[in-house]
Ligand binder design. Structure first.
Ligand code: PHE
Length: 466
């Protein structure tokens, strides 16, 4: 068989996986979900899901990939359970859907980088016209997708690992710099309090579902992205601790994004609590409010801070789009024996096309902008929001549920244990391993099963059990 490629080092694998996890989910979505979900009240639920439920699922995904040395569909077959390859196909569908809309938001961010560079802060008042300009956004998204495809087509160590090693430290550096700056702004402390003091009255079943969806999305779980990355990991690497580091990095960067964003919110609302709650729960917060913050910093500083922020966002998005494109690419390479270059560009073009309704559904076309109304909501949502809900939330939690059932009861606990064992475990590593083995059997299938089912009933059928 042709060489599939490998990560050169465990660090390279960790960086690429953390790069996949850290993305728009952390910087664009997480702070506003926290804002809508009662600050630290949401944070606590989110942390619970990420550490207690998602970390074991992440270990399970990496273990499947590494054992089978193949991307999801092929992996289930190679382990001897061809019927379960349906989970791989579900993941492929999720990947197609997610990347098709993710690339549009990435394009907005990338475009804003250029707007900020030119000092066009007033764009914040024209965000809906900006997103409706489908030709312009289409061009940015074409550039973004091509950049992603170029990196993926270069392979694992030369493309993906190298990009992650360059982008991830830059990202951390940018975010820490921006936090330090944000903390010097007036009312910063009020913002931080709003972020870190819990308001448990905001917690509803819907908030709990969205915390789980957000955790899965943010950790890139449930669609086989980590099965795919795991298939390029060498046999001697300890995958339990790798999964722990990736989970921790993702949660930590989301937390940092909050520390950066809430002082900005407080600054722009002059510490007014009601205004802060209203703004911080807004999906378009980053695009409609932040440029005003940058504007008030004066022409030079505003341009510098503003463009660095959107550069950060674009880099975070890029390491995620890379992993999203890698999954279907690896499928074509493993399953259909297509060359990597051809596979990458074919999928990239296809997903770009699938993304067209999302591109048009932000103002350019009324039909796609108010596309569908789910039973549990009061107004129609856009094609893009629909795709996000189906691919980015439902498919991922169902996928996560199935993966945990597979590992615990089909592939079996002894096979799993063998794969996650390592010669250099250490005490903490051993504890983590024992926890993962326990959770994957007794906690993940049950909790994920219940939450996925109730979410599906609630969102798609309007039946709320709680
Ligand atoms: N984790 C990414 C983010 O938070 C999104 C993503 C989801 C990437 C699923 C890959 C797979 O932005």
């Amino acid at each position: 068989m042709k060489e599939r490629g490998n990560f050169n080092s465990r660090l390279g694998f960790i960086m690429a996986s953390a790069g996949s996890a850290v993305g728009l989910g952390n910087i664009w979505k997480f702070p506003f979900e926290v804002g809508a979900g009662g600050g630290a009240a949401f944070l606590v639920i989110y942390l619970f899901f990420a550490l207690v439920l998602c970390f074991p699922v992440m270990t399970a995904e990496i273990a499947i990939g590494r054992k089978a040395q193949a991307s999801p569909v092929t992996a289930f077959k190679k382990l001897g359970f061809a019927r379960w390859s349906g989970v791989g196909y579900l993941g492929l569908a999720a990947g197609f859907l997610i990347l098709s809309f993710y690339n549009v938001v990435a394009a907005w961010s990338f475009g804003y980088f250029f707007e900020m560079l030119q000092g066009h802060f007033e764009i914040s008042q024209h965000f809906s016209e900006y997103t409706a300009n489908w030709l312009k956004i289409g061009l940015y998204s074409l550039i973004f997708m091509s950049g992603t495809a170029y990196i993926v087509s270069r392979g694992i160590s030369h493309g993906i690992e190298r990009a992650a090693k360059a982008l991830m430290p830059t990202l951390l550096f940018l975010i820490v710099g921006l936090i330090i700056y944000a903390l010097t702004l007036p009312n910063a402390i009020t913002g931080i309090k709003h972020y870190l003091l819990p308001d448990f009255s905001k917690i509803t079943p819907t908030i709990v579902y969205s915390a789980l969806g957000q955790a899965f999305f943010s950790l890139s779980l449930g669609m086989g992205a980590l099965i795919t990355f795991g298939s390029y990991v060498k046999k001697d690497a300890n995958i339990v601790t790798a999964a722990a580091i990736i989970t921790f990095t993702d949660v930590f960067i989301a937390f940092l994004a909050g520390l950066m964003m809430f002082p900005f919110v407080a600054y722009v609302t002059q510490g007014d609590l009601t205004a802060m709650s209203a703004i911080s729960g807004e999906e378009a917060f980053i695009f409609e409010t932040l440029p005003n913050v940058f504007n008030s910093l004066g022409p030079t500083l505003g341009v510098v801070i503003g463009s660095l922020f959107f550069l950060l966002l674009s880099f975070a998005a890029l390491t995620s789009t890379i992993s999203l494109l890698e999954v279907p690419t690896a499928f074509l390479v493993d399953e259909k024996k297509v060359s990597r270059g051809k596979a990458t560009w074919t999928v990239a073009i296809l997903i770009f096309l699938i993304g067209l309704p999302s591109l048009l559904g932000n103002g350019a076309s009324a039909f796609f902008s108010e596309f569908i109304q789910f039973p549990n909501s009061t107004s129609p949502i856009s094609f893009m929001s629909m795709v996000g809900m189906i691919g980015g939330s439902t498919f991922l939690s169902v996928g996560g549920f199935l993966i945990s059932v597979f590992v615990a009861y089909v592939w079996g606990k002894s096979n799993f244990e063998l794969e996650i064992q390592s010669d250099n475990e250490g005490t903490i590593g051993r504890w983590l391993k024992q926890y993962v083995q326990f959770a994957i059997r007794w906690i993940c299938p049950l909790v994920l099963g219940i939450i996925s089912l109730t979410t599906i009933l609630d969102i798609y059928f309007g039946i709320s059990l709680f």
